[in-house]
Ligand binder design. Structure first.
Ligand code: SAM
Length: 329
């Protein structure tokens, strides 16, 4: 079992397979995109598999594939297939924007993937375009239908943005009436790839809950699973549930069990840190798995106590606000 310097178990890794994305959500990246990584800067699938094998041996039990958009990377199913066969890995899941995902749903199911997080901020095609700067709403909804048809555990992740989609909060809660899904509302974070435009969180977790409660006074709190980043609720009689993720307020760091690896192989102990080790460079320098394990253990012994500490250290060092696509959301 992996335990960090604050006594927290580490058993969950989010692996970002690309920084590229086919949407341009304004809260995530600039309209022109980012300075995309070159192919050699990216970890190869072999390197991702080797890193994952080492980490699973050390105690990682769950891997979530993310990005950028995982399905824009060529042959992503090859990576998913190899990871699904990793000895000791209990759960493989994926976070996607759903634009290209529908044709792969049956294959994912056959690999044993059970849960998919689908990012969807609005149920209105025009607002979807305004937020993502791309006209792909129909394909995303098609993916949602495919996932439900194949009995996936679906979590919809919606970032709540003042003046952009707060009118969607109630209709999205309403989706949980007949669908067995979890709709999770996320506080907007300062990761839009642009240093100046983030104005601070306007819709924090308290305000989001107030909005939902004013329409559904009968809402009930559920018991949150261990390490949950969401506060979970249910409207009595609804098949699905509602979650609120205090991603900016960072109320969940005390039980944080997760690490991240960015597309270029940087290990992050925290979403808000600056990266603590480059596992791709280590692998390319020819060191053994045993040596890599030692570096990793050392990194896990220096985790920040919470996202506030991590952010302070990063901003002191770099002054830079990243994009979620380069971090691995
Ligand atoms: N492309 C995939 C997707 O859209 O699900 C995976 C990567 S995306 C960066 C992962 C998640 O991060 C999405 O749900 C997205 O909404 C969220 N995200 C990106 N930028 C964010 C920000 N500034 N604040 C909060 N969530 C953000």
């Amino acid at each position: 079992m992996l335990v960090d310097n604050h006594g927290r178990t580490i058993n969950y890794m989010r692996l970002a397979v690309t920084d590229r994305c086919n949407l341009r959500c304004f809260y995530c990246m600039p309209e022109d995109g980012l300075n995309w990584l070159s192919r050699t800067e990216l970890m190869s699938y072999e390197e991702m598999l080797r890193a994952s094998t080492i980490l699973v041996k050390m105690g990682i039990e769950k891997i979530r594939i993310t990005g950028g958009e995982p399905f824009v990377r060529k042959d992503i199913m090859k990576l998913l297939t190899s990871l699904s066969q990793l000895n000791g890995l209990k759960e493989l899941s994926i976070t996607t924007n759903g634009v290209l995902t529908a044709p792969y749903v049956a294959e994912m199911k056959a690999l044993g993937i059970r849960s998919v997080n689908l990012s969807l901020d609005t149920l209105d095609a025009n607002r979807f375009f305004a937020i993502t700067r791309r006209d792909e709403f129909a394909d995303v909804m098609n993916t949602l239908n495919e996932l439900l048809k194949h009995d996936f555990e679906v979590k919809i992740n919606a970032v709540v943005m003042d003046g952009k989609n707060t009118q969607d909060i109630v209709p999205m809660v309403e989706l949980t009436k007949d669908l067995p899904i979890s709709v999770r509302f996320i506080e907007e974070m300062p990761f839009n790839g642009d240093n100046d435009s983030y104005q601070g969180v306007v819709w924090d977790h308290v305000r989001i809950l107030d909005e939902i409660t004013s329409h559904y006074p009968q809402i009930q709190k559920l018991v949150d699973p261990p390490h949950s980043t969401a506060y979970n609720y249910q409207i009595p009689g609804h098949k699905g549930s509602v979650g609120i993720i205090a991603a900016y307020s960072r109320t969940f760091c005390g039980t944080c069990n997760r690490i991240r690896i960015t597309p270029q192989g940087t290990l992050k102990n925290c979403l808000y840190d600056d990266g603590v080790l480059n596992i791709k460079d280590l692998m390319r320098s020819g060191v053994s798995d045993r040596e890599i394990e030692k570096y990793l253990l050392n990194a896990f012994n220096h985790r920040p106590v919470d996202g506030r500490e991590a952010e302070r250290l990063r901003v002191e060092k770099t002054g830079v606000h990243e994009s979620m696509a380069t971090i691995g959301g």
